[in-house]
Design a protein around this ligand. Structure first.
Ligand SMILES: C[S@@+](CC[C@H](N)C(=O)[O-])C[C@H]1O[C@@H](n2cnc3c(N)ncnc32)[C@H](O)[C@@H]1O
Length: 261
């Protein structure tokens, strides 16, 4: 696997604008709604794995949570540290490392959110098990990844059949930005459900975010969002509520809970 750190370092200065485009804003808004509805109430302790520049960490802290960010790309981590500060009173601390290297006592946090980071780890299923192990009874793990099936269908629609079949069989993708490549795992609902079950979590929510990108194409969804953001988001909210459509979402969100003792 080629590390995503160089790519995210080069993206760090413009990361906020990167997320301001309607389709990213839309899946982020939906993910936030679903995750915050599932999280234990503040002041619970939340690990934000792959916290990037601290977008969610800041919102979680402002909502009253005690947040630990984990971020290996130095440029992203530096921005998160500047944005949130690192004093005790800030209710934020930052681990500048990969989730693979984090040592945490089992059963020591109330929630782990990993928005867009799991797919870049060496062994995502092993990381699901590790993150699940950090949870106290009743604790929540929420993971957002790119969807394997949505990507394959997008490639088929673009006439890139060989690449579509390659992605399907290898379950690996490559994200290239300004000539820098990052490898990623491509995951689906069945794989993530099995990982949660193996880790002793009960799955409380599975949602496909931006099913409209698969139905209308990315540009078709973008046009809809640009002309009526709230209305289009409402359609996506209804589609995300149907777990049978989850693999069709451009992004796939799964929420698991460690059973209370
Ligand atoms: C799609 S970005 C999302 C950032 C942030 N969660 C957000 O929503 O703004 C993925 C992040 O995961 C981080 N990441 C990549 N590999 C990681 C790993 N092995 N452990 C933890 N974070 C990782 C990247 O550096 C990047 O900041």
């Amino acid at each position: 696997m080629r590390s995503s750190a160089p790519l995210y370092d080069s993206l760090a200065p413009a990361y906020e604008e990167h997320f301001a485009v309607p389709h990213r804003r839309a899946y982020d808004d939906l993910a936030w709604e679903i995750c915050t509805a599932a999280l234990p109430t503040p002041p619970a302790e939340v690990m934000d794995v792959g916290c990037g520049v601290g977008r969610w960490a800041e919102r979680l802290r402002d909502a009253g949570y005690v947040v630990t960010g984990v971020e290996p790309a130095p440029g992203m981590a530096e921005r998160a540290a500047r944005r949130l500060g690192q004093r005790e009173s800030d209710r934020f601390s930052l681990l500048r490392q990969r989730v693979e290297d984090v040592e945490l006592r089992p059963g020591s946090v109330d929630a782990v959110v990993a928005m867009g980071s799991l797919q870049y780890t060496e062994d995502p299923l092993h990381q699901v098990a590790r993150m699940a192990g950090w949870l106290r009874p009743g604790g929540v793990l929420a993971v957002l990844v790119d969807s394997l099936h949505a990507l394959v269908l997008e490639l088929v629609a673009a006439g890139r059949l060989d690449e579509a079949l390659l992605r399907m069989s290898t379950r690996r993708g490559v994200w290239t930005l300004d000539g820098v490549d990052a490898d990623l795992h491509l995951l689906d609902v069945a794989t993530l459900r099995a990982a949660c079950a193996d880790a002793g979590l009960e799955v409380v929510r599975v949602a496909g975010l931006l099913v409209g990108a698969t139905a209308h194409g990315r540009d078709g969804l973008r046009r809809r969002l640009e002309s009526d953001y709230a209305g289009t988001l409402d359609v996506e909210r209804r589609l995300a509520a149907e777990p049978g459509l989850a693999d069709a979402g451009k992004q796939l969100l799964i929420v698991g809970r460690r059973p209370a003792r």
